[in-house]
Write a protein that binds this ligand. Structure first.
Ligand code: ZN
Length: 70
């Protein structure tokens, strides 16, 4: 069961929610204000990078030529 990060568009509160399916995403509400105007963040997936050297700027080109790592 994937854990997604959301940000409430109404009160800007970031939160995490377990979502079973794409249908369940529509049922997600903000825990702070109850608004359904939430946006799913993709930072969890994007954050998957090898630890160690490299930065936000250089990691993009490095990942392009090293898909599996060494
Ligand atoms: Zn909210």
């Amino acid at each position: 069961m994937p854990l997604f990060e959301f940000v409430c568009a109404a009160c800007q509160t970031p939160f995490e929610e377990l979502v079973r399916s794409s249908e369940a995403v529509k049922e997600v509400v903000c825990p702070a204000c109850g608004s359904r105007q939430v946006r799913r963040q993709l930072s969890t997936i994007a954050a998957k990078r090898p630890s160690g050297s490299g930065g936000y700027a250089s990691s993009a080109s490095a990942a392009a030529c090293a898909p599996g790592g060494t």
